[in-house]
Design a protein around this ligand. Structure first.
Ligand SMILES: [Zn+2]
Ligand SMILES: [Zn+2]
Length: 195
């Protein structure tokens, strides 16, 4: 169970309380129990969505973009994988769906200016997410992908086109694709259009 302090902290971090954030709180609470907190980089999250839920995971679990232990895959799925480096423990959570179906249908029928009605359904959604059995919300399995590599700092090099400094591993130099130049990703995309 999350403490009121943790819940308040998540809401302050995200900026508002919403159903998506509440799903993230349930995930964060579960991961803290199963994997612990990522003070450094020992726990890695790979998220397949960039919706509100991910803010709760960042805040509660300590998997953040800046530390490099939060990896975003733009797949549009409510799926979340977690890895612990110390013992190779891993899991993937995928949302089963349907939990809020009836409430979403009710919400759609509401008049756009029925603010009180919308607020009430919003709160019902949040309450239902908080009270549901975790395994009713998410299906739990082993991670389907290998553990991501440890975040490393690579030296920067200049792109031969825009002249900006770029992490060396993000530059491409190919005799055909870039004409032998070191090109950053956006310059490479422009170059491609010209061919
Ligand atoms: Zn939100
Ligand atoms: Zn460039």
């Amino acid at each position: 169970m999350l403490t009121q302090n943790q819940i308040d902290g998540v809401i302050a971090f995200h900026g508002h309380h919403c159903p998506g954030l509440t799903f993230g709180m349930r995930i964060g609470d579960w991961v803290l129990n199963e994997f612990g907190h990522a003070t450094d980089e020992e726990i890695v999250a790979v998220v397949e969505t960039d919706n509100c839920s991910v803010d709760a995971i960042q805040y509660l679990v300590g998997c953040t973009f800046g530390k490099g232990n939060l990896v975003f895959l733009d797949y549009g799925k409510n799926a979340y994988s977690f890895f612990r480096r110390s013992d190779d423990k891993s899991c993937r959570l995928i949302m089963r769906g349907g939990l809020l179906q009836d409430l979403r249908e009710q919400q759609e029928k509401l008049n756009a200016n029925d603010i009180a009605g919308r607020k009430q359904i919003h709160q019902q959604m949040i309450d239902r997410i908080l009270q549901a059995d975790f395994e009713k919300i998410f299906s739990i399995s082993h991670a389907q992908i290998p553990m991501p590599e440890t975040a490393r700092i690579h030296p920067s090099q200049r792109c031969d086109c825009c002249g900006e400094l770029v992490m060396a591993t993000r530059l491409l130099n190919d005799p055909v694709l870039t004409g032998g130049k070191n090109l950053c990703i956006p310059c490479r995309n422009i170059h491609h259009k010209e061919i």
